[in-house]
Ligand binder design. Sequence first.
Ligand code: UDP
Length: 330
Amino acid sequence: MSKNILVTGGAGYIGSHTVKKLLDDGFNVIVADNLSTGNISSVDKRAKFYKVDVTCEEEFSKVLDKEKIDAALLCAGEIIVSESIENPYKYYKANVGGLNATLEVLGKYKVDKIMFSSTASVYGNNCYDKPATEETLPDPINPYAETKLAGEKLIKWVANKYNMDYVIFRYFNVAGAEPDNSNGLRVKNPTHIIPNANKTALGQNNILYIFGNDYDTKDGTCIRDYIHVLDLANAHSLGMKYMFENNKSNIFNLGSGQGFSVKDIVDEVEKITNKSLNYKFVERRKGDPASVLANCDKVFSILGWEPKYSLKDIILSDYNWRKSNNEYNG
Ligand code: UDP
């Protein structure tokens, strides 16, 4: 019998792409999202949808009263580093307090398999000189990363109490869209580099600001490890199978293992779109580590996952998505 997967934040960017992949792979999917940042158009029609605040125990319990859930994927949360520095309370409230409320309900209803969206930013500057493995000591340098690390620890303790299995994924830099333009990042004013560079190429932004060219890297701009949202979605589906087949818990990095500087991204966007970008170097952005790189040996060997999409695929799919969906590109 197909397993029932509950996805919190399933109308968001990563959640919705993962919902589609889980459905394609034969799972039943129930989405719970309050649509505060998510979008109902992103949710695959095959999924059951509940508009609820998963951080409110009373509201969230109503979903669990109706549905028998075999595993929960927890994607709901706040995700913007710069905002977390301006407003740390909001991040602790949502990503720690809110997660706590969600877990209390899941524990009460005996859901014993949990998957959690975490982030490579938990490593802070500790992957500066070599790629981070899951053993690299976390050392967050902004409130967003602190709250995600606190969330990981909370999950481990809750799993210990209720004898749950969990899989935690630490995402590196996620970007890209469905190649048929059916789904992508639905944000009018993105903060991330690939959508911003593409918006500049499309003339939707006048200028691309590059935050810092004085880092100790090959060209002075920050290095990141980029992963296509569809590769990420696939890892979640494999992670679900891993939990159901093995009844085990684990933590995995999800990246490509390859680093690209911000300047590399600009060059690649210019090459792919055949346009020259109007860009300007400005001051460093607060909370940005110089280099964030993944060692993904563990997920390759244990889940048999590997990324299928290149940096070019990531940039081009986001570019085409932006070009064909004007409502998100004001
Ligand atoms: N960045 C930039 N200009 C932008 C957006 C991002 O120079 O308009 C830089 C940012 O300072 C960082 C890198 O691009 O060095 C990746 O940032 P992004 O926000 O895409 O992801 P993060 O690594 O913060 O999760």
